[in-house]
Ligand binder design. Sequence first.
Ligand code: ZN
Length: 244
Amino acid sequence: MRIAILADIHANLTAFEAVLADVKSRGGVDEYWCLGDIVGYGPDPRECISLLQKVCKVCVVGNHDRAAAGKIDTSDFNPRAAEANEWTAKQLSLQDIRYLSNLPLTIEKSEFTLAHGSPRDPIWEYLFSVIEASENLEAFSTPYCLVGHTHQPVVFTFSRFGDSKVTKLVHESEVILAEKRLILNPGGIGQPRDGDPRASYGIYDSSIRTFTLYRVPYDIKAVQARMHEHGLPAMLISRLEVGR
Ligand code: ZN
């Protein structure tokens, strides 16, 4: 079975469509799994929810999804994220809000646990360091865990002997899923933050037990123009082209 792993679409329809086209060009997949933050920051929240609903039946909730649905308050957001959230919330229909509100915090699928931030704190925790990641090992019982939230593609690997490491993933990096437990982040589709502005996602092929990361160029200028039209914060517009 082949599964596309998506995270942090962030209302960027152009990037999302480019990723779906890339999946198709690689022979397609049997399932899509999504790690949350469908909306927030970008100009196309409703379109992204509707397209995701069409292709993906397995999705956990992110902090921006919760905030847009009015389920958490945004006092912990930075001011620009809060401003974008306010705009996003106004765009959503009741059905959109119901959909976002009903997304679960975590999902277990075969050997994987899916969570937006981390398994022990799915809404808020960012996994940047090996220490934070290893503290989460007791919070999930499957061998592997998939997270998003940082918008940076990495894999944390843990061996039985206690040595752990984090490896950055780039275009066409392969991760073989073997006996070591691991926490994998496919990077962000709609707002990458690792210095590479291309959309980031991955495909897991269970027949060869390999996850491959892909980076996909998309029309950033077109997205920036729509954000500008909607009066979204300038810093959120400019960061797309640098991927930070
Ligand atoms: Zn995010």
